[in-house]
Ligand binder design. Structure first.
Ligand code: SDX
Length: 393
């Protein structure tokens, strides 16, 4: 019915693990969560449904969706002493630095369900992380601003709640724009999981030793922060701001092709996709919708990005290497238009990817056959030699 997934022997030897969660076909540019095409999920589902799907393997019915959503909403608050941890950071600390620290510290506050061999404990930790990471992300932004923390409002949906914590202040009522909240929900769905990328592999490797789920997700956040990975959305916008005008695109395309120059076209290329990242297509459409809603269809950044994409996709260097825009190419433009600062782009990527990380962690831990990860190496160092005494060194 679903066709047969066949792998060539060469691929099998490099596979890090088995998984039933996410399937990517890099050649065709396909992405499925539990068999469902990302295009359908992004169009018709909300983030709670997709998080449930990733965790449990099936789309929830109406009752299951309500129960799951209520469970998550009921756990969005942070232990009040956690706010002291935020206050230990410098005000100008990068939100990702704060998230790595505060998410890791959850194991110092929530240790009543830490027996990872117990499925119920695993589920409790998964729910706590899905519920609390948005609050931590939003509070890291408020802390940067010097504004008071805004508490979760559980009558709001997941996306609206995060936007409220990000943008509301105690001085005036804040009502999330439903079009922007829907677009934000779609951004979360697009970033929720992506097979064995660097940060997910980090979560699995840390988790394979039996480390607690909060420590695993903190490690995943640390890995995602890199500009070659989740930090690319922030780096892409920085690049577009540096290019500044369509007249300078040629100069940067030239630099991207120059092997003596470390500059890479941010938001382009991918370890797996040899076709357009399906998420980038959806993100481009979302960009149009958000900019139209905000009356910013002439946004110079978006026009610059589309012109850069057009020129790169006609350039032999990129075409011959099958380098296409990836999920990060447009996401920064959408989030910037929504009023989200560059510094929060990767934090939002981490918020969304928490659903995938925790699903992949649960899948690994629930397999009783799983062993501690132990990658091997090709040793290229010195052969055996004898010690030289200090006076002869
Ligand atoms: C994410 O793994 C995932 O699933 C990640 C992710 C997820 O959801 O978890 O999809 C999220 O991390 C997306 C990628 C975000 N990163 C960026 O946009 C940063 C810019 N991209 C590049 O740094 C690069 O494309 C990587 C890091 C993504 C991939 O690097 P690779 O594996 O070296 O790419 P490759 O093997 O396909 O490169 C082939 C050639 C090389 O040149 P030659 O040796 O053939 O001459 O293409 C070149 C590369 O130097 N190349 C680029 C380029 N990306 C690859 N040249 C210029 N600009 C680029 N962006």
């Amino acid at each position: 019915k679903h066709g047969v997934f066949t792998y060539d022997p060469g691929f099998l030897s490099t596979a890090a693990c088995n998984s039933n969660i996410t399937f990517i076909d890099g050649e065709e540019g396909l992405l499925y969560y539990r068999g469902y095409p990302i295009e359908q999920l992004a169009e018709h589902c909300n983030f709670m449904e997709v998080s449930y799907l990733l965790l449990h393997g099936e789309l929830p019915n109406a009752t299951q969706t309500k129960e799951f959503t209520d469970t998550i909403s009921g756990s969005t608050m942070l232990h009040d002493q956690l706010s002291n941890i935020f206050r230990g950071f410098r005000r100008d600390a990068h939100p990702m630095a704060v998230m790595v620290g505060v998410v890791g510290s959850l194991s110092a506050f929530y240790f009543d369900a830490m027996d990872i061999r117990d499925a119920k404990h695993r589920e409790i930790s998964a729910h706590r992380l899905l519920a609390k990471v948005p609050t931590i992300a939003a509070w890291s932004y408020k802390y940067n601003l010097g504004q008071p923390f805004m508490y979760p409002q559980n009558h709001l949906n997941y996306a609206e709640n995060f936007m409220h914590m990000m943008f509301a202040t105690p001085c005036e009522t804040y009502v999330p724009n439903p079009v922007l909240a829907k677009a934000f929900e779609r951004i979360l769905i697009l970033h929720a999981d992506h097979e064995q990328n660097a940060s997910t592999s980090t979560v699995r490797l840390v988790g394979s030793s039996g480390a607690n789920p909060f420590a695993c997700i903190s490690a995943g956040i640390a890995s995602l922060w890199g500009p070659a990975h989740g930090g690319a959305n922030e780096a892409t916008l920085k690049m577009l701001e540096e290019i500044g005008d369509v007249s300078r695109i040629g100069e940067f395309i030239k630099r991207a092709k120059d092997k003596t120059d470390t500059f890479r076209l941010m938001g382009f290329g991918h370890r797996v996709y040899r076709n357009m990242d399906p998420r980038a297509k959806i993100m481009r459409t979302t960009c149009h919708e958000v900019l139209d809603e905000l009356g910013l269809h002439d946004d110079p950044m978006f026009k610059l990005a589309m012109e850069l994409e057009k020129i790169a996709l006609e350039d032999e260097y990129f075409v011959s290497r099958k380098l296409y825009p990836n999920v990060d190419f447009y996401s920064g433009i959408v989030m910037r238009a929504m009023g989200i600062p560059n510094s929060m782009f990767t934090a939002i990527f981490a918020l969304a990817r928490t659903a995938g990380w925790i699903a992949q962690w649960s899948e690994m831990i629930s397999d009783e056959e799983h062993k501690i990860g132990r990658p091997r190496q090709l040793y290229k160092g010195n052969l055996r030699r004898d010690l030289v005494p200090m006076d002869r060194r």
